[in-house]
Design a protein around this ligand. Structure first.
Ligand code: GRF
Length: 187
């Protein structure tokens, strides 16, 4: 039986948000960290420092339904009820999203509905926005378009470039995501 408080985090790379979710877990348990990239830095931390169960299968060249089928079995084995995407760079298929309808969340580096998709910081700078930020939203079949559960604003400073803005937004992400997830798992 799926338990909403049993959370799996899906990553592809650095995993700094995954780490924030683990370190600030309140009201939920991270029971699995999964990745589609064997070389995700975050996997090493999850396995070696946090001593969490991890699962990985390089998704390159693998049929999406097969990859997601294998993931689904691992999620079921761990009685996962909530999936938190944290820098997971693969778009989940409509059947997978519908099998988990309303139970997948994601953190996105913009104030949604602004700047869905990639290159959010460069786009905020190009638009000369005075404020940027991050949002946690429910994952639906449409990219970055599900219900926004919470967001945090950060200022855009006059001498910002995409890297400095990204770093400031990421700090805000690390506070926002654990707070929003703590509430979301009670749904
Ligand atoms: C974050 O900027 C997040 O908003 C986006 O991907 C990035 C992941 O960074 N979805 P990290 O792997 O959590 O450090």
């Amino acid at each position: 039986m799926r338990d909403p408080k049993r959370v799996a985090i899906l990553i592809s790379g650095r995993g700094s948000n995954m780490r924030a979710l683990v370190e600030q877990a309140n009201g939920y348990d991270v029971v699995l960290v999964a990745s589609n990239n064997l070389y995700s830095e975050g996997l090493d931390w999850a396995r070696m420092q946090a001593l969490l169960p991890t699962w990985t299968w390089d998704s390159r060249g693998i049929d999406k339904a097969r990859w997601e089928g294998a993931l689904s079995r691992v999620l079921d084995d761990h009685r996962v009820g909530t999936i938190a995407l944290a820098g997971f760079m693969r778009i989940l298929s409509p059947p997978f999203v519908s099998a988990w309808a309303g139970r997948i969340v994601n953190i996105h580096p913009s104030l949604l509905p602004k700047y869905r998709g990639l290159d959010t910081h460069a786009r905020a700078l190009a638009a000369r926005d005075a404020v940027s930020g991050c949002s946690v939203h429910v994952v639906t079949e449409e990219l970055d378009a599900g219900e926004v559960l919470g967001s945090a604003e950060v200022p855009v400073l006059p001498d910002d470039d995409a890297a400095s803005l990204e770093a400031r937004v990421r700090e805000a992400e690390h506070k926002l995501y654990p707070q929003v997830l703590s509430e979301f798992v009670t749904r």
